[in-house]
Design a protein around this ligand. Structure first.
Ligand code: DP6
Length: 365
């Protein structure tokens, strides 16, 4: 498929107003997306676990306006008007306008809320942009299909296009639509994979990964030191960039066998190495950044010690920040949670952490 396939032909249905609500989850990458080309095309493929509890719920209400000169919208977070969110959404609207030609014909009220605390250091861009993309797709669907009847093909196009649009809002958002494991970015060994949208992981996954747990330790809730756009740009002219992109491709190939065989030791090694490589890229770029905090390192060392002492299969991954995602199999849920309570909570800001588990994707409400 190409970008052109996402430009709709005609809208047959005239609608004055309406409203749609979607809840969409966040996701945590196992093989990381870090570095992008123009138009939000990733430099390497990535794969993520979809989360279940960290979600954004968004309602988009729309009403026809007289002119179609400009975008018109208001944004609310937890009922409070948020004008500082507008520039990001305006940029998103500009990027997707050619694919959603109705955008200038309506005024939109965008009401959003997160299940996780705002500015907790948990990125709301993946869940937020995917929820918004889904609401806009629901509007488009109504403009195209007055009877609301859709074939399977149209259903799959709906999700694909929602993922395509979400990507234009925030790259990792395209991995938050459908499926517990999602691949984004062209990879030779994964049929159907695309740089344009995320796809459900198509291969066998071992029972060991069923209901995999993710406890997010909130180490630093402050504003992000480096925005993701600035971060991705650091990969331009980065001395290790090409090797890193190659490595991510190889890691994704290796991940396919790991997921099939249920090899938890290999999983741990790959996932932790990916997290540290992401941070190593930031430490070795120009300008350079250290996004871990002392407590991030304390937690990592504690996890390594616990693993050695107990033979647990707990491991960690990181986003572009100081918070730690602690990943572990469902059967270790009780013992690892006890370990977190006893040994790791002390390193969290205000003792805060969020328990999550792999989920299946977004829901229409
Ligand atoms: C470190 O998706 O937030 O979380 O495309 O600029 O919005 P933009 O970036 P974003 O980058 C996320 C990077 C990451 C790794 C990952 O999720 O794969």
């Amino acid at each position: 498929m190409t970008e052109q396939d996402f430009i709709p032909k005609t809208y047959t249905n005239a609608i004055e107003n309406g409203s749609f609500t979607w809840a969409s989850p966040s996701n945590i990458a196992l093989v990381k997306y870090w570095g992008k080309k123009e138009h939000q095309i990733p430099e390497n493929p990535s794969i993520s676990f979809t989360l279940n509890n960290c979600k954004t719920t968004t309602t988009v209400s729309f009403s026809k306006k007289d002119d179609s000169n400009a975008f018109s919208f208001d944004v609310f977070l937890d009922g409070e008007k948020k004008d500082d969110f507008k520039p990001k959404i305006e940029t998103f609207f500009k990027r997707v306008a050619v694919y959603l030609p109705f955008l200038k014909n309506y005024h939109f009220k965008i009401e959003t809320s997160n299940t996780f605390p705002h500015s907790s250091g948990i990125a709301s861009s993946a869940s937020g942009m995917s929820a918004l993309a889904l609401c806009l797709m629901s509007i488009e669907k109504e403009l195209i299909e007055p009877d609301g009847i859709s074939s399977t093909v149209e259903e799959s196009h709906f999700i694909k296009k929602a993922s395509f649009l979400a990507r234009l809002g925030s790259g990792s958002a395209c991995r938050s639509l459908e499926g517990d494991l999602v691949v984004w970015g062209m990879h030779d060994g994964i049929k159907g994979s695309s740089d344009l949208y995320g796809v459900k992981y198509p291969f066998e996954v071992h029972q060991n990964f069923k209901n995999y747990q993710d406890t997010i330790l909130l180490v630093d809730k402050g504003e992000k030191q480096v925005s993701s756009t600035v971060g991705h740009n650091l990969m331009f002219g980065h001395p290790f960039a090409q090797e890193r992109f190659k490595q991510a491709n190889k890691n994704l190939s290796d991940m396919v066998s790991i997921l099939k065989d249920g090899d938890l030791d290999a999983f741990i090694a790959l996932v932790e190495s990916e997290a540290l490589t992401l941070h190593a890229m930031m430490m070795t770029s120009m300008p350079y950044f250290i996004l871990m905090k002392p407590n991030t390192l304390h937690i990592i060392n504690k996890i390594w010690a616990f693993r050695q002492q107990t033979n647990s299969k707990v491991c960690f991954t990181l986003d572009a920040g100081a918070n730690v995602h602690v990943l572990y199999p469902e059967q270790e849920a009780t013992s690892v949670l006890e370990f977190i309570e006893n040994e790791l909570v002390a390193y969290c800001q205000n003792g805060q952490y969020i328990c999550d588990v792999i989920g299946l994707g977004a829901n229409k409400l």
